[in-house]
Design a protein. Structure first.
Length: 135
């Protein structure tokens, strides 16, 4: 069981990093007006264990598997927000938080932003698929 959790932790951490690179790369399209067409992405070493924590979703995924996707995604998004808030506050305390949402209209303490809810719903459902696939 510990080996399975560890494997899922690694898998979720790597998937999270890849998703973040894709997301920040796509968002860098905003820099095209400044003649920067590199579509550079941005992430942090801190994000690997944070995304790896998605491995903790497996028991919840199992319990929710017969529910509709919107309910499951909502539960996952809520848990992602809790994780993002907690880790963000801890990292901010040490000056190590790699994200800052304080300029977003719908932020709380600069560490979560509610306009990302659809992104977290989809991400949660993606993690559900990743965690339930058989090796």
């Amino acid at each position: 069981m510990i080996k399975s959790f560890f494997n899922n932790f690694i898998k979720c951490g790597l998937w999270g990093w890849c998703l973040e690179c894709f997301w920040t790369g796509i968002n860098s399209i905003k820099n095209w007006k400044d003649n920067d067409k590199t579509l550079s992405c941005r992430t942090s070493i801190w994000m690997f264990p944070i995304y790896g924590l998605a491995a903790c979703l497996l028991p919840i995924c199992t319990k929710l598997q017969k529910r509709n996707a919107l309910l499951r995604g909502g539960v996952y998004a809520t848990l992602i927000y809790l994780t993002e808030y907690t880790t963000g506050i801890i990292l901010k305390k040490y000056g190590a938080c790699p994200w800052d949402y304080s300029k977003s209209k719908y932020n709380i303490k600069g560490v979560i932003r509610f306009d990302y809810a659809p992104v977290w719903i989809i991400t949660g459902l993606l993690y559900e698929k990743i965690l339930q696939e058989k090796p």
